[in-house]
Design a protein around this ligand. Sequence first.
Ligand SMILES: [Zn+2]
Length: 560
Amino acid sequence: MPFSAALRRLALVALAGLASCRAASDAPAGPADLVVYGRVWTGDSARPWAGALAVSGDTVTALGDSAEIAELAGPDTRVLSGGDGLVTPGFMDGHLHFMDGGFQLASVDLRPSNTPAEFIERLAAYTSERKPGEWIVGGEWDHERWPDAPLPRRDWIDSVTPDNPVLLYRLDGHMALANSAALRLARIDRSTRDIPGGVIVRDRRTGELTGILKDEAMDPVQDVIPSPTEAQRDAALQRALTHAASHGVTAFAHVSVPLAELGAYLRAREAGTLTARAALYFPIEDWRRVADTVARIGRGDDRVWIGGVKGYMDGSLGSTTALFYEPYEDEPTTTGVLTTLEDSMRAWIGGADSAGLQVVVHAIGERANGLLLSIFDSVARAHGEKDRRFRVEHAQHLRREDIRRFAALGVTASMQPYHAIDDGRWAEKRIGPERIKTTYVFRSLLDRGAILAFGSDWTVAPIEPLLGIHAAVTRRTLDGKHPDGWVPQEKISVEEALRAYTSGNAYGVFAEDRRGKLAPGYLADLVVLDRDLTRIPAEEIERAAVTATVVGGRVVYTGR
Ligand SMILES: [Zn+2]
């Protein structure tokens, strides 16, 4: 590097603010390994915008204008150009079911079925290619797409699946349709009693099982499905990673991951094929085994990190199992389902917190959120001050008085904006016009000082962060019925949504000092988008695409 370039590099690094101390002392001697040109949104309030950046190894070393950065490039430097698009820190997905996604990518997809007949046709086509006896697990069906929204029944599918046991999930994963063969293997029949924390749906007239199992009632069927082999898990993980990279997801939190899936992540890290950074949250009831695992192999690193544990307070709005104080409008006999007893949840959260594990818990209905915030509060008081970063997963429906408790208690709201434009189609019929006013309150949470961490909940919703940003900014429901936004006062800006997909999630996994921003010394995780989200009309965001994804300085995806 010529002397003047070296001087300029030092000046650039010094200009870049606080984080520069680290970069200056580690400044690599040779040219950059990668330079990226384009309008760079850094996520760094000290320097929000730049025209280019340089990367050495896995780390961002400099930001500047394109002429300044060009001087850091050598003959072997890889160059990415953003053109008229936008360069942002890599998207971090704060809540998804990654391995399920990998399996789902190779299974039957019922999401596009707009009628029961289509649902049956798609399943029949898939089943005809399977061997007799082979389990068929998949789904993503959504009865809210169908005329009058009837729940599917096993007699619809028994004739097309006589030789295969079948379990098909609603896209929210909170209920599933089992065919008769699956119910037989699970030994569930009309004499089986209801299961605590779940519902076995029966025909109102005949008392016969319809095949629909909600929440904990899915367990007996899940328990008889053979576990996948190591090779099947590895293949599912690779499918999921390829899919994630193509949508700019450079890191994610896999929640409710069974301990048995840890090995697949460790093998991928070892093989160098893990193209996104994984934070893992295991079932909270297993917290002792998780603590033992951490004692044995450590907490991990920025590639695979054992974050902690995940629990469930309630079900979902779509399955009428989210827990409210008042009954459902369209099912006045129920207020939802408390899927974990309050005392068990308090004991588990307390145990996990004492063991140094981060605790994240699913709560959707108002009462589930209120109860959970109180448990978080009481555990934190009992155990004393500590950087514990409790998270509420979903935080969908909040009483007004609970909104400010997030910031007050230091609890992160881990939310999935796509759910808002999906549920927004039918939420009002379920909970009425009053309760929807405090639904998916992105604006109110930010205004009251809460940290928002966005994610997809894939496979419940598509993994695409750009669709999530579009949803948070426009709140336009999928049915096109709310062109100005559903509960529009809760819209947020593009930059706020970007922050929730980057620094919000970095904070969520204790990595805000090295991820979630593009600044010298930070890990070089970034995406290049084909258009500048901050300069296009909001309704165009959903048409934006990722043109390159970089994780730790390595280009893991390039597209159109
Ligand atoms: Zn989820």
